[in-house]
Write a protein that binds this ligand. Structure first.
Ligand code: ZN
Length: 144
């Protein structure tokens, strides 16, 4: 089993559930954030609006494209707010294998295509202390 340290992980982004991207972006527009990169992620049924921060981490606003999507259900149950945090890793399969071996409950045992041309997988909040955790492995250009 591979061993990882905290310094093998980067904070990639914080995902925030919003019912509408432009409404959700208002506060960030007030700060002066101008360029929101918008992307559809069909696998998660969300429209994603991203603001890149100085340390390469991002604020990711998540607008559900259908009410029965994971983010749609989250909004209905808990309202707008922090939905997940995402760590960037270099070998997502190795991290998932380690977590599985440790008995951690995974939502995705296999990585799926996420925003920004990354492979992602989610870890269940039951196993993380109440926080939905996303793992993301960036794909090198020309790899897809
Ligand atoms: Zn995310």
């Amino acid at each position: 089993m591979e061993v990882f340290n905290s310094t093998d992980f980067k904070l990639d982004h914080i995902g925030i559930a919003v019912s509408n991207l432009e409404d959700g972006a208002k506060f960030y527009r007030s700060l002066g954030f101008s360029s929101m990169h918008v992307e559809l992620v069909p696998t998660e049924k969300v429209k994603v609006g991203m603001f890149e921060l100085a340390n390469q981490a991002r604020i990711e606003l998540l607008e559900p494209t259908t009410p029965d999507s994971p983010v749609g259900k989250f909004l209905e149950k808990r309202g707008a707010g922090i939905h997940h945090i995402c760590f960037q890793v270099t070998d997502i399969r190795a991290v998932l294998a380690r977590l599985k071996d440790q008995g951690v409950q995974l939502i995705n045992e296999e990585p799926t295509p996420g925003a920004h041309n990354c492979r992602v997988a989610f870890v269940h909040p039951k196993s993380t202390g109440g926080v939905l955790v996303e793992l993301s492995e960036p794909q090198s250009r020309g790899d897809d």
